[in-house]
Every structure is written in C-alpha cells, then in structure tokens.
Design a protein around this ligand. Structure first.
Ligand code: SF4
Length: 102
C-alpha cells in the first residue's frame, strides 16, 4: 500500500525525474552545415542575415525558417523542418529549400 509519505518522497520525485529525462532525450541536435551534408549543400545558416547572397541569389530579405512552409515551431527560437528530420532548426535560419508558407 502506498502511504502519503511514500507518495510524496518516492513517487513524486520519480515521476519528475522521468519527465525531465524524457524531455532531454527528446531534444534533437541543432542543425548545422557541419553535422548534416544536406544542410551544407543547401547553404543552411542559423541566422538568415548570414546567407551568402552571391551564391544564393534567390534569397530575399525576410525569408527565414519561421516563414517557410517546411517549418513547424517548437518554441519562439526553434522548430523542426521536413527537410532535416531528427534536427532542430533556428526560427531565424535559412536554406536554399526555403518556400513561402501558405
Ligand atoms: S527548408 Fe525552410 S525551414 Fe527548413 S531549413 Fe530551409 S528555410 Fe529553414
């Protein structure tokens, strides 16, 4: 039988630990040109202001992951991209696969 004391000092901390560890395990690595060859090939940058405008002439000011159809926000700073499964991208990032969000 679980007493109130057992619940407070054993069950509650165990549930909290599982929750914290579970969230940490779910966190995906941040995408970069160094850890993903496709990101490198498509010129991904975590900050759209750093796009190589000579190389990627299609880039226009205002384009960023947050306005791309491939982006789903996790929070204000980052989200996921259908192009790079298993990675997190910056909301202010950009790559050459950018397409306007409908
Ligand atoms: S496809 Fe869109 S959301 Fe994905 S990295 Fe490129 S610009 Fe960002």
């Amino acid at each position: 039988m679980t007493t109130r004391r057992t619940f407070l000092f054993q069950v509650v901390p165990a549930v909290a630990a599982v929750t914290v560890l579970g969230n940490a395990a779910l966190a995906e690595p941040k995408l970069s040109a160094d850890n993903n060859p496709a990101a490198k090939a498509l010129g991904y940058v975590p900050d759209a202001s750093r796009v190589d405008k000579q190389k990627y002439a299609k880039y226009q000011d205002g384009q960023k992951c947050a306005t791309c159809t491939n982006y789903t926000a996790i929070n204000e700073q980052s989200g996921t991209c259908t192009m790079y499964k298993g990675f997190e991208v910056e909301s202010g990032g950009w790559c050459n696969a950018w397409a306007v969000k409908a």
